[in-house]
Design a protein around this ligand. Structure first.
Ligand SMILES: [Zn+2]
Ligand SMILES: [Zn+2]
Length: 159
C-alpha cells in the first residue's frame, strides 16, 4: 500500500464531491481528514465496500494524510450523523461504508470480508421485515439486511 499510486476513478470522485457538498451544507469544512476518509470510503465501494476505523487510519497515513486515530473516529461519527456513511458490525469490529446508494451487505463471519448487495437483491427480505413492523433505515446505525456466511477463501483454507 505504501507509495502506491493512488487515484480515484471518475465515479469515485463524483461520490466524494457529492459528500463534500453535503458536509458544506451542514456547515463542515472540507478538511484533509474528512476528504481523506471520504476518498477511502469511495474507493472501497467497488471492493469490500466497508472499512474499519484502523484500516481507514492506516490507509490515510500511507497516503501521507497525517491524522490522529481520534480524528478519524470523529470524522466517521459526523459522516454517520449526517447519513453520508453507515455502519455494519463484523464480529466485534464496526465497519464504515458510504451510504449514498441503498445497499445491503454479505459478510464472511470468519475473516470479515464483505461485499455490498444491491437493494433489489434483498427486496423480499426488506418487504417481509416491514410487514412485521421493522423498517430498514438506510442511514446511520446498523441497518438493512446483513447476510452472514463464509467466503470462498475461508471455505477452501478450511478443508
Ligand atoms: Zn454499506
Ligand atoms: Zn472469509
Amino acid at each position: 500500500m505504501c507509495g502506491e499510486e493512488w487515484r480515484l476513478t471518475t465515479s469515485e470522485t463524483e461520490r466524494v464531491n457529492a459528500a463534500v457538498q453535503r458536509l458544506r451544507r451542514a456547515g463542515l469544512r472540507n478538511t484533509a481528514a474528512r476528504r481523506g476518509v471520504l476518498d477511502q470510503l469511495a474507493h472501497a465501494v467497488g471492493g469490500r465496500g466497508h472499512l474499519s476505523v484502523s484500516e481507514l487510519h492506516h490507509a490515510l497515513l500511507a497516503r501521507g494524510v497525517v491524522v490522529e486515530l481520534s480524528t478519524v473516529h470523529r470524522v466517521l461519527r459526523q459522516l454517520v450523523e449526517l447519513g453520508i456513511a453507515h455502519t455494519v458490525p463484523v464480529g466485534r469490529t464496526t465497519t464504515f461504508g458510504l451510504a449514498d446508494d441503498i445497499h445491503h451487505h454479505a459478510v464472511c463471519g470468519t475473516c470479515g470480508d464483505m461485499r455490498q448487495l444491491p437493494a433489489e437483491a434483498v427486496a423480499a427480505s426488506v418487504a417481509a421485515a416491514r410487514a412485521v413492523g421493522i423498517d430498514t433505515d438506510q442511514s446511520g446505525h446498523p441497518n438493512g439486511v446483513v447476510v452472514y456466511g463464509r467466503c470462498v477463501r475461508c471455505r477452501t483454507t478450511d478443508r
